[in-house]
Design a binder for this molecule. Structure first.
Ligand code: LLP
Length: 400
């Protein structure tokens, strides 16, 4: 049991708390599902990019899936071996491509024909062969929130099958490209296995047709996307997930790469916030808390549900909007959420906040970002200090 009250007292609120033991269990569960097959779990750094979190997964043998050169640097800084680092993303700058090649990471995941050209040119300038993979857009509806759906032609991600084929043929004939993998990722928070299986079948078929023309790839990268329970969703088990992928791949000898983010961190994270006031506008009840959309934007951005626990409160529950101090009507952590009567300084714990929580935070309204705490083997330690006003203005000029 995490001592939320004590942590709030020691470190103040708003606060992110991560259960490192729970993260480890999730990693193990996925690793076991792919046991007996050549596989790499490459943690999707964007889900929670704190260096200590990345280091924690690296210590368990994780690789890293990165979407900016900043994330690549984080992964390498945290100790992820370069041969397990992948660089994906729909728009990479030349300097990012150059640096990734210089770091000699596992591969760059290419998302357009234009980008393939840039990678080739830069590799030529550096006089090397750049390892690449191509992100295929299989045009499958993943049945998740439209903002986190990525595998339809309507989405900006990846290239269609025919373009991918052309790109692999181009790479085969290039002095400066070494195509080693194939990649797809159809969306996030997936709770339905069928679309994942369908996408895997389409991409595996492409892999077979490439083999037929003598293009051999080593890595089959299935992206991330495994959903978690925020409320009472039925989720996909790691076993069923792995079996579906292996089913699609039958007969093909490749290393499977999986890029889980949310699955590893979401339910291991908690966002702690204190009540400032209760108030009533007409018949509408509000609880105003010290945490806001700049700390945890998922409710505002996706209307996402996060379970909220009122620590030590037992009175009758009535629906309330839990809102923050930011000057936006869209600043809420929950709407019409059943909570007991709250008083100044009562503690609320927002669950499932370990993925896309802190990382999507901002300094809007000149609010410093929260501290982050790791709890491991019953011990708490600070892994990122609370931002101060001085931190916030450090890069500004001409004000004196
Ligand atoms: N690999 C690729 C290429 C991705 O684009 C993503 C996530 C992942 C792996 C990790 O997906 P996961 O296993 O975490 O589902 N901010 C949104 C989620 C955005 C996901 C973006 N891509 C949210 O808060 O729900």
């Amino acid at each position: 049991m995490i001592q939320f009250q004590a942590l709030a007292q020691t470190y103040g609120t708003p606060l992110y708390v991560y259960d490192f033991d729970a993260m480890k269990e999730q990693f193990e569960a996925l690793k076991v599902a792919f046991r007996g097959r050549k596989s790499i779990l490459a943690y999707a750094v964007k889900a929670n990019s704190n260096l200590s979190v990345i280091k924690h997964f690296a210590a368990q043998g994780s690789g890293a899936d990165c979407v900016s050169i900043g994330e690549v640097r984080r992964a390498l800084t945290a100790g992820v071996p370069k041969y397990r680092v992948i660089f994906s993303g729909v728009g990479k700058r030349d300097d990012e491509i150059r640096e990734a090649i210089e770091h000699d990471i596992l591969y760059i995941n290419v998302e357009s024909e234009g980008e393939l050209g840039r990678v080739e040119t830069i590799a030529k300038e550096l006089n090397v062969k750049a390892r690449i993979s191509i992100r295929v857009n299989p045009n499958i509806d993943p049945k998740t929130h439209p903002y986190i759906s990525t595998g339809l032609h309507d989405n900006k991600f990846g290239v269609e099958i025919d373009a991918a084929k052309r790109m692999y043929i181009h790479a085969k004939n290039s002095e400066n490209l070494d195509a080693v993998g194939i990649h797809f990722h159809i969306g996030s928070q997936l709770t339905d296995l069928e679309p994942i299986y369908e996408a895997a079948v389409i991409v595996a078929d492409l892999l077979r047709s490439l083999q037929a023309i003598d293009i051999e790839l080593k890595f089959f990268d299935i992206g991330g996307g495994l959903g978690v329970r925020y409320d009472n969703e039925t989720t996909i088990t790691p076993y069923d997930y792995a079996q579906a992928i292996l089913g699609a791949l039958k007969g093909i000898d490749v290393t499977i790469i999986c890029e889980p983010g949310r699955f590893l961190t979401a339910n291991a994270g908690y966002f702690l916030t204190k009540v400032l006031y209760e108030k009533q506008n007409g018949t509408k009840r509000f609880v105003v808390v010290d945490g806001a959309m700049n700390d945890l934007i998922r409710p505002s951005l996706y209307n996402a549900y996060h379970r909220i626990e009122a620590i030590g409160k037992t009175s009758d529950m009535t629906p309330v909007d839990v809102v923050g101090p930011v000057c936006e009507s869209g600043d809420f952590l929950a709407k019409n959420y059943p909570l007991p009567a709250m008083e100044h300084n009562d503690l609320l714990v927002v669950h499932s906040a370990g993925a896309y929580g802190f990382g999507m935070g901002s300094n809007y309204n000149t609010r410093g970002r929260c501290a982050e705490i790791a709890v491991e083997n019953g011990e708490a330690r600070i892994i990122r200090a609370r931002e101060t006003f001085d931190d916030l203005i450090a890069l500004e000029r001409e004000y004196l």
